[in-house]
Design a protein around this ligand. Structure first.
Ligand code: ADP
Length: 320
C-alpha cells in the first residue's frame, strides 16, 4: 500500500573506492566500484528494514545508469521514478578516506545526467502518492536540476507529504560557501524533518560548538524535528516542545560510510508507520534509538549499501 511509501530523491552515482584503505586518490593502487549517493542509500536502507521505498532521480542511459537501476530493484526499491538521459552520462565519484582522516573526492559532473533533470521529467504522481518525501542535495545545484528540486519539494508540500531533508554537504564540490549556504537554507525553510551532522551544523551556524542555542538559531516554526548526528555520541533531537540526546550503541567501527543514511532511513520507517511519535518524546526517543542502532551497524562493515542493516540485525542490537 502507498500508505507507507517513502520516496527518496536526489543523487545516485558510482563511487570508485581505492582497493586499499587510508590512501589518497593519487596513491590508490586500484579502485572498486560501488553504488552510492546518499538518497539512494536511504531508499535501500528503508527497503532493507522492510519499508516501501522508491528512488527518484536521473541517470545516464549507459552501463553505469542501468547497473544502478538494477541495484535499486535487487534491493527492493522501486525505480519507477528514475529517468535516463540519452545524452549525458551517469555521475561518477572517486572517493577516499585518507590516512589523515580527510575525505577526498573527485567527481565527474561535466555535466552528468543528474544535473540535467528537468521539472517536466519529475514523476509528480509518485511524489503526491508518497507519505514521506526525502531529499538529499546533490552537490552541484545548477539549473535545470535546481528548478526540478525546488519544484519536487513544492509539489510534495502542496500534497501534504512529510518533507525530510539531508543537506548532504560536501563543501569542496560547491561553487562557494555562500552558494552552499543559500541553497541549503532555501530548502531548510520548507522541510518538516531535517537531519544534519555535527560538521554540517558547524558550517551552517559558523560556530564550532554544539550548544543547543547554536542548533536553535537554525530552528524554524515550520520544522517538526531537527536531528544532529554525532557519530559515536549518538544524536541530538529538537522539536518545538522538547529536546535531548539519544546515546549511540557501542560497536566496532570499520567504515562510517552510509551511517547517516541508515539513520535517516530507519527514522523515516518509524515516522511513516506512525507520525504521531513526533508528539510523544518517549516514543520519539525509541525511534531514535532504533535509528542509532541502524547507523551504528552500518559502521561495522565496509561500504554503504552492503553495510545497511536488515530489520533482524537492527532489532537484535536494539533488544539486547
Ligand atoms: P553522518 O554520516 O551523517 O555524518 P554519523 O557519522 O554521525 O552521520 O552517524 C550517524 C549515526 O550512526 C550516529 O548518529 C550514530 O547513531 C551512528 N554511529 C555513527 N558512528 C558510530 C560509532 N562509531 N559508534 C556507534 N554508532 C555510530
Amino acid at each position: 500500500d502507498d500508505d507507507r511509501l517513502i520516496v527518496s530523491f536526489g543523487e545516485m552515482l558510482i563511487d570508485f573506492v581505492p582497493t586499499v584503505s587510508g590512501v589518497s586518490l593519487a596513491e590508490a593502487p586500484g579502485f572498486i566500484k560501488a553504488a552510492g549517493g546518499a538518497p539512494a542509500n536511504v531508499a535501500i536502507a528503508v527497503a532493507r528494514l522492510g519499508g516501501r521505498a522508491a528512488f527518484m532521480g536521473k541517470l545516464g542511459d549507459d552501463e553505469f545508469g542501468h547497473m544502478l537501476a538494477a541495484i535499486l530493484r535487487e534491493n527492493g526499491v522501486s525505480d519507477a521514478g528514475v529517468t535516463f538521459d540519452s545524452g549525458a552520462r551517469t555521475a561518477l565519484a572517486f572517493v577516499t578516506l585518507r590516512s589523515d582522516g580527510e575525505r577526498e573526492f573527485m567527481f565527474y559532473r561535466n555535466p552528468s545526467a543528474d544535473m540535467l533533470l528537468t521539472p517536466a521529467e519529475l514523476d509528480l504522481d509518485l511524489i503526491r502518492r508518497a507519505k514521506v518525501f526525502h531529499y538529499g542535495s546533490i552537490s552541484l545545484i545548477t539549473d535545470p536540476c535546481r528548478s526540478s528540486h525546488l519544484k519536487a519539494m513544492e509539489v510534495a508540500k502542496e500534497a501534504g507529504v512529510l518533507l525530510s531533508y539531508d543537506p548532504n554537504l560536501r563543501l569542496p564540490l560547491w561553487p562557494s560557501e555562500a552558494d552552499a549556504k543559500e541553497q541549503i537554507m532555501r530548502i531548510w525553510d520548507q522541510a518538516d524533518v531535517i537531519k544534519v551532522s555535527d560538521v554540517e551544523l558547524e558550517f551552517l551556524t559558523g560556530k564550532d560548538s554544539l550548544e543547543d542555542e547554536v542548533a536553535l538559531t537554525l530552528w524554524r516554526p515550520t520544522l517538526k524535528l531537527l536531528l544532529v548526528t554525532l557519530g559515536e555520541k549518538g544524536c541530538k533531537y529538537y522539536t518545538k516542545d522538547y529536546r535531548g540526546t539519544v546515546d549511540a550503541f557501542t560497536v566496532k567501527q570499520v567504515d562510517t560510510t552510509g551511517a547517516g543514511d541508515a539513520f535517516v532511513g530507519a527514522l523515516l520507517c518509524k515516522l511513516v508507520d506512525d507520525i504521531s511519535i513526533l508528539q510523544d518524546e518517549k516514543r520519539l526517543r525509541e525511534a531514535l534509538r532504533f535509528a542509532n542502532a541502524c547507523g551504528g551497524i552500518t559502521t561495522t562493515k565496509k561500504g554503504a549499501i552492503p553495510a545497511l542493516p536488515t530489520i533482524a540485525e537492527a532489532l537484535a542490537l536494539v533488544e539486547n
